[in-house]
Design a protein around this ligand. Structure first.
Ligand SMILES: NC(=O)C1=CN([C@@H]2O[C@H](COP(=O)(O)OP(=O)(O)OC[C@H]3O[C@@H](n4cnc5c(N)ncnc54)[C@H](OP(=O)(O)O)[C@@H]3O)[C@@H](O)[C@H]2O)C=CC1
Ligand SMILES: N[C@@H](CC=O)C(=O)O
Length: 397
């Protein structure tokens, strides 16, 4: 079976390597070999795969011998146009492109169905971690109550480097870029947008309805200070960038991304470096955690090639959701404890929130509230000079 790769960057190169290095394993499992026949990229290359690189996507589109295309260009420009053309030409498409899946997934899934092919995107969430297939297949008998996790490798790598190794934010980001973890525009990583796209995909598959990225509040790691990290650590918490999607009591859903204080007793508190972890709470299973490398060439390529094998062999099910967007509520409806650091005294804090647990007193006061909603946190904060505010992640169940 011949496949093509669109976009020969970090992940695209990994796809070619995994297909080549593991060719015997792949053939043994499928009963037929998989060969990367053509690679589409705007640049010219040297080395092993250079003679397969073409600039014109039409060569792949019109090649009847290519039955599957792996899209690793990224973004929603040419990647979107080429994906539609590939599906319309009756070719399966596999992708790592979470932006495209989160923003145009419904349309592309419908187009795939119309043309009798598959659109698979396991690599779009959690890099090399199998999470989407287990969520819809192995946990398919559950009502999903909540999915929460560390969904961005770059920011977890940066936080680990800053907190454990004393590296500056700028140097840690530069290292994440050099290792191939960061997005083409790393603003998407550090401002929580990449994790936000991933939580949309997880929400869509968990609840069956579309959660559009523009309704999901997304906050990144740029406001976290080492002061907050120290105060949190002394009180028994790590600070992690967490994405959550939650089924509400009335059957509606919510989702958001923000830094959290994660208790040291919670498994997410110990996820370091480029690793991601996703905790899925099913009503039958309780919490199930998926853990591994959330970014990088070979782990992400592993998910792409495994998807390609599934589509070519015709086993597996197409993960999908309805185009409907209703039933999404603001995450401020959720109740949790909040962490505040204020320029003010303990009595200011107590006046705003009544019951608080003090973490630091002095010129600045740091404290935890009781469990309150986001609306109550917002109301109480109005009377305070807030320097930092974060949710506390509840215990794992
Ligand atoms: N890196 C990672 O760890 C992970 C990445 N992903 C996703 O995978 C996708 C690819 O990421 P990554 O490999 O890191 O990105 P790269 O930027 O390394 O690779 C993208 C490649 O596509 C090429 N390209 C740009 N325009 C075109 C075009 N018109 N036709 C053909 N090729 C084109 C780029 O060339 P040029 O450089 O000249 O623009 C580049 O070689 C993204 O959606 C990303 O979010 C998902 C999980 C992990
Ligand atoms: N930039 C992303 C790449 C994988 O999805 C990340 O760092 O997680």
């Amino acid at each position: 079976m011949n496949i093509a790769i669109m976009g020969f960057g970090v992940v695209g190169t990994g796809v070619a390597k995994v297909t080549e290095v593991n060719a015997k394993e792949i053939e043994k499992r499928l009963g037929f070999p998989v060969y990367v026949k053509t690679i589409v990229d705007v640049r010219t290359f040297e080395g092993q795969f250079a003679d397969r690189v073409v600039a014109d996507f039409a060569i792949v589109e019109n090649d009847p011998e290519i039955s599957l295309v792996v899209e690793t260009i990224g973004g929603v420009g040419v990647a979107y146009a080429f994906t539609k053309r590939a599906l319309a030409a009756g070719k399966h498409v596999v992708t790592a492109n979470k932006q495209l899946v989160a923003e145009h997934g419904s349309e592309l899934l419908a187009l795939a169905k119309e043309n009798g092919v598959q659109y698979l995107f396991e690599a779009s969430v959690g890099g090399g971690i199998p999470i989407l297939h287990p969520l819809v297949q192995c946990m398919g008998a559950n009502q999903i109550e909540e999915v929460c996790g560390i969904l961005n490798g770059t920011t977890n790598y940066i936080l680990t480097s800053m907190v454990s190794d004393g590296v500056s934010f700028e140097d840690a980001l530069a290292a994440a870029k050099a290792k191939g973890y960061a997005e083409a525009d790393p603003t998407a990583d550090v401002e929580g947008i990449d994790a936000g796209r991933k939580i949309c995909i997880l929400s869509n598959l968990s609840y069956g309805y579309q959660t559009r990225p523009e309704v999901v509040p997304m906050e990144g790691i740029t406001k976290i200070t080492l002061d907050d990290v120290r105060i949190a650590h002394d009180a028994g918490y790590a600070i992690k960038l967490v994405g959550r999607t939650v089924r509400l009591e009335d059957g509606d859903r919510t989702a958001y991304v923000a830094p959290h204080l994660v208790p040291h007793s919670h498994p997410l508190a110990h996820v370091e470096d480029v690793n991601n972890a996703v905790v899925v709470r099913g009503n039958a299973t309780g919490d199930v955690m998926f853990y591994g490398k959330g970014a990088g060439e070979m782990p992400t390529a592993s998910a792409c090639v495994s998807d390609a094998m599934e589509a070519l062999a015709g086993y597996g099910t197409q993960p999908t959701w309805s185009e409907e967007t209703g039933g999404f509520q603001d995450p401020k409806v959720l109740k949790t404890q909040y962490y505040f650091r204020i320029d003010g005294s303990l009595s200011d804090a107590a006046q705003a929130f009544h019951q608080v647990s003090v973490l630091q007193e002095g010129a600045q006061t740091a404290f935890l509230t009781e469990e309150i909603s986001g609306y109550e946190a917002e109301e109480g904060a109005k009377a305070l000079n807030v320097l930092a505010q974060m949710r506390v992640l509840g215990a794992s169940k």
